[in-house]
Design a binder for this molecule. Sequence first.
Ligand code: ASP
Ligand code: MG
Length: 407
Amino acid sequence: MAKIVMKFGGTSVADLDRIRHAAGLVKREVDAGHHVAVTVSAMAGETNKLIAWTRELSERCDPGEYDAVLAAGEQVSAGLMAIALQAAGVPARSWLGWQVPVRTSGLHASARITHIEPSELNRRLAAGETAVVAGFQGVGPDGRITTIGRGGGDTSAVAVAAALKADRCDIYTDVDGVYTTDPRIVSKARRLEKVAYEEMLEMASLGAKVLQTRSVEIAMLHRVPVRVLSTFAPEAGGTLLCDEEDIAEKKPVTGIAYSRDEAKITLHRIPDRPGIAAAIFGPLADSGINIDMIVQNVSEDGRKTDLTFTVGRGDLAAALAVIEKAGPAIGFRDITSDKNVAKVSIVGIGMRAHPGVAQTMFRTLSEKGINIQVISTSEIKVSVLIAEEYVELAVRALHSAYEMETA
Ligand code: ASP
Ligand code: MG
């Protein structure tokens, strides 16, 4: 007998038939003797609809009320799921964030879960009742409802699993697992049986959309075994997130991720002296703008150089405004920016042991005539910034260069 958390995303609870279907999957686990906590997202499209309503009334509405409205999406699906379970003969009860409680920080719309109180949920599970927890929401230090950021349903599920010390967390979604890359770009993309936490963390933060990055962080921190599997074909197998040691054969590259949410800024002819990087990136950090890749050229004359960095596309205008304002303190000749860029990354724990992995990437891109604008690396990833129109070509070429279609 195991303790399982089952998470159903928006498409898995999109209408009443799907909720009935999902309840059937829960019933199967309950009938097998397991204790089950379910977490749900809002029905597909609901969160967007609720956001649009708040915006129609006020473009910049009170963040606390924004959360009060958004949390309603998960309240509906949690209640409906409990009803569907009861109708199928499974004793069940819905739980809103504040009822559990799921405690969070007070930063509305992107709060962080700080503690989930497991005692009452555990008591109910032990008594044979299935708990249906509304995902995406919690309660802040002041007792007000909070939400934890778009796509936060994954994070709620893993955090509940960690708090309950569940044996596993099954994320039911509309794809049957984590793929070597986006199957819409590469038709031969292959489902991965296993992915190491660290790899998944890189892949999620580099653009793979299967899981919210924060959910992978929590899974890794608490060593929660997470399975990603399809609601519509669970028997297909899915992908298991696990420890690196549990992966026998480590290929140099496990996955290829890409992100179009990139913009590049170059400052020309900045002074090459101590304190300049701090003068540039300090004000950007103070404004809450995340910097990703950075390159600085050597200065030819020892006095002036160029510096290029990337930000999220949505932050470009704000970043340019901050730099303009800090201009006198930095001292540069001019700024140029480019939104027509994208980042392509290769990720794999096997990279540590295989030399020449980055070289294969650079050669492959050069053979396709794709110019690399910026490079950044870590122990288990190499990212390049290229012109956006080459993303698909680059991903396809890399997928075959690393022979990723074959296991
Ligand atoms: N309903 C929320 C959203 O759409 C959370 C989630 O589905 O993960 O962002
Ligand atoms: Mg999602």
